[in-house]
Design a binder for this molecule. Sequence first.
Ligand code: IPM
Ligand code: MG
Length: 363
Amino acid sequence: MKKRIAVVAGDGIGIEVTREAVKVLQAAAQVGGHELACTEFDWGAERYLRERVSLPPGALEMLRRDFDVILLGALGDPRIPDMSHAKDILFGMRFGLDLYANLRPVKLLHPKLTPLRDRGVEDLDFVIVRENTEGLYVAMGGNFKKGTRDEVALQEDVNTYKGVERIIRFAFDYARAHGRKRLLMSDKSNALGYGHDLWQRVFAELAPQYPDIESRHLYIDNLAFQMVKNPAQFEVIVTCNMFGDIVSDLGASLVGGLGLAPSGNVNPDGLSMFEPVHGSAPKYAGQNVANPLGAILTAGMLLDHLGLSQEAAWVEEAAKASIAEGKTTRDLGGSLKTSEVGDWLANFIAARYPARSVPTNRR
Ligand code: IPM
Ligand code: MG
């Protein structure tokens, strides 16, 4: 069956890296004998500046009705300093589509990419499952006496039983489905005695339902410490929205930087959205120099989500090969342009896999 992909390239380098992600996605699908229909949407800064429209009215309903998955590039433009259009679109999708599980793999694709001494690919291969719809991101709060020396600013941290239960359950199920044996929950319950005490209680409630998964807990500060000291101990990490945001950047730095970090915003019962972790990098926009591998690896996650796991594996193999052979953009030491990296990966997949694709794997 033809899968329908909504493509929102967004702003800045989002436009260039998404083009390459689509190129590689289509190459893998073609080799695998699948048809993917990509439809582009021009939501982003230009449209917002022109028409004052960020996420158009009815957009979420349309996406749910007409698409199987969303690919997002990046949002952000210096001409819109409060990022209002970016927040409307990104948070509009995350909250509006209830994309409660933010999957952020931390996987080393080549030993030369890690800043850690004496660590190899076998030491860095875990997934952060970040809660994506509540916590400190709910925008509840307010100011009192704003702009004066007496100002009070409140920012509420919302943790609901439903929200905590479903993300921890998702993480256990994810571990099980992906052959992972260890799940670590991280919070700050030693200081946050209400909200994160709830995380403790829910984790204790769910762990016995997954006797095949070894469950563990670390406070978030210790997790940050341990991620650098001994990252091999982790397989799946589940944590709240804000902590997940922070440790996923730390994780990205351990495996080569934001230019290589993919992510998925998943609603297991509905439409999901995939986006690289990096931003729109206005400084590099339009120069064909941005590293497209984060977006391409994101496209790989998207393929996996659509059930095309063989094609997803090809994308990752191609990315690994490009890094090993130095066929990368300058940030990773290569000399290729953004579009040349995409071409290289697409050609790699087309040249390497036709003979290998097994008919029984076809859907
Ligand atoms: C991320 C980003 C966003 C977040 C920003 C742009 C609001 O940092 O996806 O990690 O905090 O979720
Ligand atoms: Mg972030």
